[in-house]
Design a protein. Structure first.
Length: 224
């Protein structure tokens, strides 16, 4: 993996004005961006994914320019080939496990039908051992099952890079160690680049080939 990010963005809410100004580059396969809540981790990840348009800067992943303000380049999120795992997993509550995973394969807004299964979705259902719950809804799943479903959906789209937003914050502490190991093994088997953002130093220790610290919208260690 090669990634170069140099972006600036001002986010204004009712109670806060936050300035993000981050610059970093790496060729490591597993990058962890570590920092406290409100430091700018999610804004940075959303910028890479195309879910946030920075005010200024440049984002290049594996030699492919995803965003460059000076040249007017801003590839839509759906065309960036980024698999995004949201902090709360963002599973559709009205869709089954199978439908949620197949949603990652579809183009358009129509929900996948309850019947039928394409080979790619079936592969990830088997890989994550979700066969027993394919007809279940997210409310019926354990925390680990919800996470595996969300990962399967992200991977079913065939991404070039996997982006994970606090991947273990929504699961019980007793489960986190096992899920960290599973994720590390998955990444090694797939050889898929990933960026993980977290506030937990245990995640950084377990998952990071390179770790960068972010505080107050700035990279303070490991930045370019």
């Amino acid at each position: 993996m090669s990634i170069h990010v140099a972006i600036r963005h001002v986010a204004i809410s009712e109670h806060r004005r936050f300035e993000l100004d981050v610059a970093f580059a790496t060729d490591k396969r597993r990058l962890v961006i570590y920092g406290p809540s409100g430091a700018g981790k999610t804004l940075t990840l959303r910028g890479v994914a195309g879910l946030l348009r920075p005010d200024h800067g440049r984002i290049v992943v594996n030699g492919r320019t995803l965003f460059e303000s000076d040249q007017g380049v801003d590839i839509p999120a759906e065309d960036r080939r980024c698999g995004y795992l949201f902090q709360d997993y963002a599973l559709f509550p009205h869709l089954t496990v199978a439908q949620n995973i197949r949603f990652g394969r579809k183009v358009g807004l129509r929900n996948p039908s309850r019947g039928g299964m394409d080979d790619t979705s079936a592969r990830w259902i088997k890989a994550f051992e979700l066969e027993a719950v394919v007809r279940s809804y997210p409310s019926q799943l354990s925390g680990g099952q919800r996470q595996r479903t969300a990962l399967a959906r992200a991977l079913a789209a065939g991404p070039d890079i996997l982006l994970l937003d606090e991947p273990f914050s929504a699961v019980d502490p007793a489960l986190r160690g096992r899920l960290r190991q599973e994720l590390a093994e998955l990444q090694s088997n797939l050889d898929l680049p990933m960026i993980v953002i977290t506030h937990d130093p245990a995640d950084a220790d377990a998952l990071g080939d390179e770790v960068m610290e972010i505080r107050d919208g700035r990279i303070h260690r490991g930045g370019a």
